[in-house]
Design a protein around this ligand. Structure first.
Ligand SMILES: [Zn+2]
Length: 217
């Protein structure tokens, strides 16, 4: 029997971007029976946490597993790139392509191109190229991934000026904030809850609901 359940692939530069950018949309999809895979590109070793790099990386991975567990997935992959030292590289593009080929997502989420954070812009570029190559005929001996229905660029630190789709996340806003609060190390540095709830409330107002996440195609 044909299944109408979808697969969602989220590419996040740092641990917490997946929750801030599209955590509500993913939580809602999972409630609906969909699946989601999360790819965290960097190690998050510069997180403002005291202690060794290994310790910081460990803390952020544990927080990420907890946060993603709250929105309903444990399918998380860490690419362990150096934080704040990310560069556009072909091998990184191939790692993202590998997940696209293997997971065969219906929807792919990644940061939008105007983000002020450099790591975010690099992930936008890397994912954009991986999506292009996954659909192209350029690479021989490679199966082409034609299953993707939509690529959605999310906002984290720089609000989008225009968008094509707003997802009503009013029913899962508490779940999203709980997931965000699993990032205790980051919550101690930034007032994540107020900022993210405020942005989602603002987007909700524009979309005619209480809370929303918005996306650029
Ligand atoms: Zn980030």
């Amino acid at each position: 029997m044909h299944s109408n359940k979808s697969k969602h692939l989220v590419i996040a530069p740092h641990h917490d971007d997946e929750i801030i950018g599209c955590g509500g949309t993913i939580a809602k999809a999972i409630q609906n029976g969909d699946q989601a895979r999360i790819i965290i590109v960097t190690m998050g070793e510069f997180s403002g946490i005291d202690g060794s790099i290994e310790n910081n990386v460990d803390i952020r991975e544990k927080e990420c597993r907890r946060a993603c567990g709250i929105i309903g997935t444990q399918d998380i992959h860490f690419l362990k790139e150096k934080d704040r030292d990310l560069t556009y590289r072909r091998d990184l593009v191939e790692k993202v392509m590998m997940h696209i080929d293997e997971y065969e997502p219906d929807y792919v989420y990644y940061p939008h191109s105007e983000e002020a954070d450099r790591d975010h812009r690099i992930v936008n570029e890397v994912t954009g190229e991986a999506l292009f190559l996954s659909r192209s005929h350029f690479l021989r001996n490679k199966k082409r991934t034609n299953r993707i229905k939509r690529c959605l660029q999310y906002e984290v630190w720089t609000p989008l000026t225009t968008y094509q789709f707003a997802c009503d996340i009013s029913g899962v806003i508490d779940q999203k904030i709980e997931a965000l609060n699993a990032y205790k190390s980051q919550g101690a540095i930034l007032h994540l809850e107020n900022g993210v709830k405020g942005l989602n409330a603002y987007r909700g107002m524009q979309a005619g609901t209480d809370f929303a996440e918005i996306f650029k195609f």
